[in-house]
Design a protein around this ligand. Sequence first.
Ligand code: TMP
Length: 199
Amino acid sequence: MNLRLFIDFEGIDKSGKATQASLLRNWLIGRGFRVEVISFPDYTTEIGLAIKAFLDGLKQFSPEVRQLLYAANRWERKNLIESWLTDGRIVIADRYTPSGLAYGYANGLPLDWMICIEKGLPQPDVVIVLDISPETSLKRSKGRVDRYESDLKFLENVRFSYKFLAEKFGWYIVDGERNPLEIFNDVIRIISRYLDIAK
Ligand code: TMP
């Protein structure tokens, strides 16, 4: 089967991205597909460690430098993702370029510049934004917060950015306030269309 499918789950922190990525992975494997899951930021690289230090409050970077670090972190994994896609595997990302755009936009960075530094990276075919309120995000994180998560106003801006960009780029928005299996039904409905097209 000649399949090229790159799926990206998005949303503010604790929106259920990892849960949906894992459910979808198992569902696809059960149907005979080969699947890879990748999560960004990838904290295992040098750049990922710098991002971690920033999120833990140990390092300071300007919004532009942060944006470049997040993008560079994706560039570090370009060849790996491309090799999976070329090999016919379905790739599922837990955050990718759309996180860069949504968080960067909430930080007031120009969209055209942010898009420019992502140009040349493999881009997802399907982006699913799991939409939850900042209050739900904080409730679900039970006190374990990084510097963004502790800022309700910022999360509200990111949520708005996701909605604005979803409209602009044709990303799907799914209500992430429900239980994981209800959400997953919506995810399957969306993904099935792409599997039909790929057949
Ligand atoms: P994580 O909690 O999903 O590991 O992500 C860490 C934080 O980094 C999260 O608040 C979202 C933010 N982020 C960006 O601002 N830009 C990006 O490109 C990515 C991938 C994450």
